[in-house]
Design a protein around this ligand. Structure first.
Ligand code: HEM
Length: 456
């Protein structure tokens, strides 16, 4: 299947087959209950039914795409845009004017505005903050102490994203509030996605009230951050300055609402995804202590006895491969959705205009058809001589095409640095109450990690 074979010709599309319906749906909720109960297993088995499979989520029909080639085709085709159940629920948080939910020319202009902050040549500017936060993280911990890894991981993620992209001391006090708000918002939004019973979420139940409180607080926080930056009169070379100075297509400054939505649209995925991945990395280091030993050896060889710094990152190839393999087996973004804006053909099937499509990077990246010993954690599969055998689009934890994560290089540098700093300082074991099973929300992460930090 090539990208070119996505055929937008409506008359040809009308003659095509309808994708098979997945088994196991129930009245009213359809396959929603399966997605809610064991979504990873459910998504991972769908390829057995076909390359494109129909699902029912409540009253909606959704098309699941199950092969790497077809997920790449969807990501690269202009016939599929950002919309659908995930994004509708995310719009409540991310706003309609943020880069993560905008489409068409607005999205292109917004990507042009934000991209410079994430460009490869801009990342060294963020290096000192990343290194400072990575070392601050391990210095907060004490040998023998039991760590609540969820809070620790999200804190470092929020702090790096906020301090790098919206530089200023005003962020320090606010990181904790952002973490609390985002935790409530993400758990509420996943439920709204898989069980889309719209009006029921307006009933003032405790969970709905907490969702609304967190949402309101996050919006207040962002307004405070923008106001503080303006009041400071400073213009550091960062994302917030880029937004405050951005012009629209008519050369006018972009509106307050758009600045607000952009900050949320970037800070939110940035914190949630990196936090989830740091948690998964700590789980990996706990369950495979030999990886931590090898990372420490690599850091010693490259760096000697001084603390690891941003400039060392590109030489830490083994450490980076551990991060990559973690992203393969534990992709923070485990599900993605799109909407067809025309009648199209995908893999020989008819996709009608308006259809919602989903695919799971988790299922794709663990598929035995693409990877030998697919469930095994093997960082060496990312050595260049082996990585070349991985099928195209079978490893896309940052996405593909015009919606690809702007922060792929930024995140890899950050995660490699954090992993190196952690593995040099500590080994880990589970403490009582630790529950490493996956917690599946908007992102994928271990459920509750309580780890005892042991000295090296
Ligand atoms: C988009 C993954 C870190 C900001 C995406 C997408 C993926 C992804 C898969 C594409 C969504 C789609 O195709 O529908 C990740 C992972 C991360 C990470 C795995 C870290 C482990 C970050 C960070 C930031 C960020 C640190 C910002 C500070 C964004 C934004 C988009 C995005 C703004 C929307 C881009 C667009 O629609 O044009 N991310 N991300 N991400 N990510 Fe990330």
């Amino acid at each position: 299947m090539s990208v070119e074979s996505v055929n937008p010709d409506a008359s040809a599309a009308a003659a095509l087959r309808e994708p098979p319906l997945a088994g196991g749906g129930v009245p009213l909720l359809g396959h929603g209950w399966r997605l809610a109960r064991d979504p990873l297993a459910f998504m991972s088995r769908l390829r057995e039914h076909g390359e494109v499979v129909r699902l029912r989520l409540g009253p909606k029909t959704v098309y699941a795409v199950t092969t790497p080639a077809l997920t790449g085709a969807v990501a690269l085709s202009p016939d599929y845009i950002i919309a659908g159940p995930l994004w509708e629920s995310l719009e409540a948080l991310l706003g309609k004017e943020g880069v993560a939910t905008a489409n068409g020319s607005l999205h292109r202009r917004q990507r042009r505005t934000i991209q410079p902050a994430f460009r490869l040549d801009a990342i060294p500017d963020h290096g000192p903050i990343m290194a400072e936060e990575a070392h601050a993280l391990v210095e907060r911990w004490r040998s023998g102490e039991v760590l609540d890894v969820t809070m620790e991981s999200f804190r470092v993620a929020v702090r790096v994203a906020a301090r790098c992209l919206m530089r200023g001391s005003y962020m320090d006090a606010r990181a904790e509030r952002i973490c609390t708000d985002l935790a409530s918002l993400f758990s509420g939004m996943y439920q709204r996605m898989v069980v889309p019973l719209g009006p029921l979420y307006k009933i003032p139940l405790p969970a709905n009230r907490e969702f609304n409180r967190a949402l309101a607080d996050l919006h207040v926080l962002v307004d405070e951050i923008v106001a503080d930056r303006r009041a400071s009169g400073q213009k550091p070379n960062d994302l917030l300055t880029a937004l405050l100075e951005a012009k629209d297509d008519n050369g006018e400054p972009i509106g307050e609402q758009e600045i607000h939505d952009q900050v949320i649209a970037i800070l939110t995925p940035g914190s949630e995804t990196v936090g989830a991945t740091v948690m998964s990395l700590l789980l990996v280091l706990t369950e495979h202590p030999e990886l931590g030993d090898k990372i420490r050896d690599e850091v010693r060889t490259v760096v000697g006895d001084r603390p690891v710094a941003f400039e060392d990152v590109r030489k830490l190839t083994y450490t980076a491969n551990v991060v990559t393999e973690t992203l393969r087996l534990h992709p923070a973004v485990w599900i993605l959705t799109r909407r067809a804006v025309a009648d199209t053909e995908l893999g020989g099937y008819r996709i009608p205009e308006g259809a919602d499509l989903i695919h799971s990077p988790y299922a794709i990246q663990r598929d035995g058809r693409s990877y030998e010993r697919n469930e095994e954690f093997d960082p060496d599969r990312w050595l260049p001589e082996r990585a070349k055998d991985v099928p195209r689009y079978a490893m896309s934890p940052f996405g593909v095409g015009n919606r690809k994560c702007p922060s792929d290089h930024f995140s890899m540098a950050e995660l490699t640095l954090i992993t190196a700093a952690i593995a040099c300082a500590y080994r880990f074991e589970h403490a009582p109450g630790s529950d490493p099973r996956p917690r599946i929300g908007i992102t994928l992460r271990p459920r509750r990690l309580l780890l005892r930090a042991l000295p090296r």
